[in-house]
Write a protein that binds this ligand. Structure first.
Ligand code: PEP
Ligand code: MG
Length: 300
């Protein structure tokens, strides 16, 4: 079944009842760009930039070079790059705080970035420069957002970065700014965020909704993606995106699991972002599923 799915990996995913579904890829390692071509996917739904920080904070040119390479690889397909998501399960020496009693509930993701505006500014400058290298608007998303003000503070820093680049005559463009939805409070209030798109981080959303740490095998059975509360949080986010007319995708591990494709389609989700190795199998699962849409594809 795997080889049959892989053989059709470059074909679009359309449900058994004819609803088109986008399947994008998650990139967390630059080596992937040499191993796969972009034809299997509808774009990049998540780029985890933490690898850039493995040996300390990278300079602007190092980041720009990778972002531009990724955009060139995608060859005109939409690309979403996430700002640094340090902390929690992703400690970075010299960047994250040691000794927090509850790192998953502490200074991680955007909370850390806003506390280290030096790091965030450099990343936003590199992203704005990369955005000028492609005709397709670059999408930038912010992890661990809880309240709209965090997104607005990143937007202000992005505007400052673009203004400074323009003043210096450096080619740049303003990326589309979106938010990840991985905190239950954000899922339940998604419509109040001025986001250009939403990307659901189900790994964290599940751990926070079920109070089950993603790194603790003793509670793994409670961290159930099919818990109705989790599916409800996803459905509400999808509905908020539809009401605001912006795209909602899901880039957590759920989207890489063929067995969960039907449940995700039933929430109304129409954009998946999966690990590259699972794209073929996920597309096959979507082809075998019905959208469960009462009318047009379940955008409601
Ligand atoms: C998620 O939380 O689902 C997600 C995609 O981000 P990460 O796994 O990198 O925290
Ligand atoms: Mg996450």
């Amino acid at each position: 079944a795997r080889s049959a799915a892989d053989a059709r990996a470059a074909d679009p995913a359309v449900t058994a009842d004819g609803v088109p579904v986008k399947v994008m890829v998650n990139i967390d390692d630059p080596a992937l760009l040499d191993l796969i071509g972009p034809a299997i996917c509808d774009g990049v739904g998540l780029t985890r930039t933490e690898f850039l920080f493995a040996d300390g904070a990278p300079d602007e040119d190092t980041q720009f070079t990778f972002y531009a390479r990724l955009l060139a690889w995608a060859d005109g397909r939409p690309v979403t790059i996430r700002t640094l998501d340090a902390g929690g399960d992703k400690p970075i020496p010299g960047v994250t705080f040691d000794g927090e009693a509850n790192p998953f509930l502490g200074v991680r993701g955007v909370r850390l970035s806003l506390g280290r505006p030096d790091l965030l500014r450099t990343q936003l400058r590199a992203l704005a420069r990369a955005a000028a290298t492609t005709p397709v608007p670059l999408k930038v998303m912010v992890p661990m957002v809880t309240v709209p003000d965090e997104l607005e503070r990143v937007r202000a820093l992005l505007a400052e970065a673009v203004a400074a680049l323009e003043a210096a005559g450096t080619p740049c463009a303003t990326p589309i700014l979106g938010t990840m939805i991985e905190v239950p409070a954000a899922a339940l209030t998604a419509g109040t965020f001025d986001a250009g798109f939403y990307s659901i981080g189900s790994n964290d959303l599940i751990q926070y909704a079920t109070a089950s740490a993603r790194d603790n095998p003793a509670v793994a059975s409670l961290a159930d993606p099919l818990n109705p509360a989790v599916l409800e949080l996803i459905a509400r986010t999808v509905a908020a995106g539809a009401a605001r007319g912006v795209e909602v995708s899901l880039c957590g591990d759920m989207a890489s699991s063929p067995a969960l494709a039907g449940a995700l389609l039933a929430t109304g989700l129409r954009v998946f972002s999966a690990a590259p190795a699972e794209v073929g199998a996920v597309k096959q699962a979507i082809r075998a599923s019905v959208s469960n849409a009462p009318e047009d594809g379940g955008d409601a």
